[in-house]
Write a protein that binds this ligand. Sequence first.
Ligand code: NAP
Length: 293
Amino acid sequence: MKLIDGKAVAEEIKIHWKQEVIEYKNKSGRVPHLAAILVGDNAASESYVGNKVKSCAQVGFQSTLIKMESDVTEEELLDEIEKLNNDQDIDGFIVQLPLPKHIDEVKVILAIDYKKDVDGFHPVNFGRMAQGLPCYLPATPYGITLLLERYNIETSGKHVVVVGRSNIVGTPISILLSRKSPAGDATVTLTHSRTKNISIIVSRADIVISAIGIPNFITEDMIKEGAVVIDVGINRIEDETMAKGSRLVGDVDFNRVKNKCSFITPVPGGVGPMTVMGLLLNTFKSAKKEIYS
Ligand code: NAP
């Protein structure tokens, strides 16, 4: 078994990038700038946004964090989005999900100017992705394809089983991997909570990608000998041996599955750091006007 070390790959990309960012700054006289809106005080969201801000500093990007109270109205949030849409200094921005229940996430995503939608959630970017047109790829699927490429994992002709069909991970990664493109050309089965005989379907996969948010859902018996396992799930479970009383795990029973597969991503340190890289790559593309003018 080989560990797919997303943390190390993200560090490699950051080092490789530093010079390119310096050259961009010297040539353009400006600094790539990412903004993030964080609503409420969800500890996981705070930690994700914190990592994004830290990574911006590491590659020489500017970042702006806008914190809003959990009782912010939808209108106030939409006003803030409009300000960022019109701010010439901001190359791209994200609204960290999930949002409090009284705010309509779809309305919020639709309000973001697709040219600044560096999370790749807006239907314009999603539609362009589905048609293989230049766009901001959704950050997590983008990060997964970078990992597959970095570890020379062949996807062409392989059977990929994706577990989970969210708009931000499961559905877009299933589209990307089935497209006629590098890190594509796979035969993809997209599964979800209504799928029957899911264990049997997963056990036939050459590559399994799990994004459901249930600890230990993917067990050893579901994995074909030598399969590749990409664990997107981030779940906090109780663990009294840890100082915090808890720890993060993925959807995969890592300790058992690792003995059976050829490659596996750990949680933490697998897909998570590459999601941040996907976001920063999109922001840099926006600064350079590579996708949209
Ligand atoms: P989500 O919106 O939470 O949806 C979960 C998906 O899992 C749904 O499609 C659901 O099916 C499916 N599902 C739930 N129970 C299932 C079961 N028993 N069998 C089969 N499918 C089942 O998904 P998400 O936002 O993609 O998040 C999934 C996980 O990935 C979470 O742990 C999240 O924290 C993590 N995540 C990690 C990253 C990262 O950077 N590493 C990024 C994003 C998300 P239905 O559609 O039928 O309800």
